[in-house]
Design a protein around this ligand. Structure first.
Ligand code: ATP
Ligand code: LTN
Length: 328
């Protein structure tokens, strides 16, 4: 079976954009691939985090993933910092990474601007740690958003560089970029993608939002000037709402357009909100149930970390041997 690797930072509440573009795909992929999914807490501390919050969010994220359908018996769901090989391989890869190439990474430049008072080494090392994540598991594919493509390319470069210098060791991974139609846009500015760090709370629908909040956010969503409910380039607001409806209902755009033909915007937005709320309700209930059984949840993460530990040690031992570390 081909190997899939991905990770998410426990750095904020997930939105329905993350759900459609990432989480739901991870769930689908678990049946076709040998999947490793990490909660990247080591990446998260490259920007300041409140320790208690970080711990809480890590566990919440694990519960949420399982509630969304990730089966801990099928995939290895684990917390990155629980498997020490990530930091260890990162060190070796650091010696193959040029300061110039790390400092040219778009995300490093963006985050340096955004967190100008905390441009730490970890921020620059972020993509190298990410390369370590991926290469440790000999991943064939890495499902990520377009913004992470450059990082996966660095992982490919480092794999090739290491293999070239020390002999065949790493599989060179392929990024699996989420397609355009899966892009959910902001409810307040449909030219922007919906993002968990948006400052306007009405722009994003969070997976933790209750039914009333969801309905209210959709009611306030920006629409377009005429009253037709069709997907079109000059109707980004309505197109986004239709997209969300299709993604949550599992129908095609033409089915959705036919269903809403002649309906007013108010009624349409209510229907989209209800569809989203109906899908999220059982997920939220299951997440709460999992969080109320913390021991069970901890058991899943431990089992995931054990699997990850075994796979990662195999690669790390090989790396240590190749670079000439004394093993006794
Ligand atoms: P941030 O606001 O912190 O940048 P984000 O909400 O943009 O976060 P990421 O953590 O960058 O999300 O991405 C996590 C995953 O969710 C990625 O695989 C990305 O492709 C996917 N994703 C994020 N936003 C959307 C969106 N609006 N539509 C579809 N997929 C998305
Ligand atoms: N940087 C990624 C999270 C991440 C990741 C990874 C993704 C950390 N390690 C390894 C894929 C593979 C993000 O912010 N989306």
């Amino acid at each position: 079976m081909k190997i899939m690797y991905s990770a998410v930072q426990p750095s904020g509440e997930l939105t329905i954009g993350n759900y459609i573009g990432a989480v739901r795909n991870w769930v689908r992929l678990q049946n076709e691939y040998d999947c490793y999914y990490a909660i990247a807490d080591m990446h998260a501390i490259t920007v300041r985090q409140d320790p208690a919050e970080l711990r809480r969010r890590t566990l919440e994220l694990a519960a949420l993933y399982i509630a969304c359908g990730l089966d801990p018996a099928k995939c290895a769901l684990y917390v990155q910092s629980n498997v020490s090989a990530h930091a260890e391989l990162c060190w070796v890869l650091n010696t193959l990474t040029y300061v110039g190439e790390a400092s040219r990474m778009t995300q490093f430049k963006d985050k340096s601007q955004k967190h100008a008072d905390n441009i730490n080494m970890g921020l620059m090392d972020y993509p190298v740690l990410m390369a370590a994540d991926i290469l440790l598991y000999q991943a064939d594919f890495v499902p990520v958003g377009a913004d992470q493509k450059q990082h996966v390319e660095l992982a490919r470069d480092l794999a090739e560089r290491f293999n070239g210098r020390y002999g065949e060791t790493f599989r060179v991974p392929e990024p699996l970029i989420v397609k355009g139609e899966a892009r959910i846009c902001s409810l307040q500015d449909p030219s922007k993608k919906m993002s968990k760090s948006d400052e306007n709370p009405n722009a994003s629908v969070y997976l933790s939002d209750d039914r009333d909040t969801i309905l209210r956010k959709f009611k306030r969503a920006v629409t377009d000037s005429d009253d037709r409910i069709v997907a079109a380039e000059d109707k980004p607001g309505i197109t986004n709402l239709l997209n969300i409806y299709c993604a949550f209902k599992g129908c095609t755009m033409s089915e959705a357009e036919a269903y809403f033909a002649g309906m007013g915007y108010g009624e349409f937005k209510l229907a989209v909100g209800e569809t989203v709320a109906d899908v999220l309700a059982p997920i939220q209930a299951e997440k709460q149930r999992l969080l109320s059984e913390k021991d069970v949840l901890a058991g899943y993460l431990l089992a995931g970390a054990e699997r990850a530990f075994k796979a990662s040690r195999k690669t790390l031992s090989k790396v240590y041997r190749k670079v000439g570390f004394y093993r006794g």
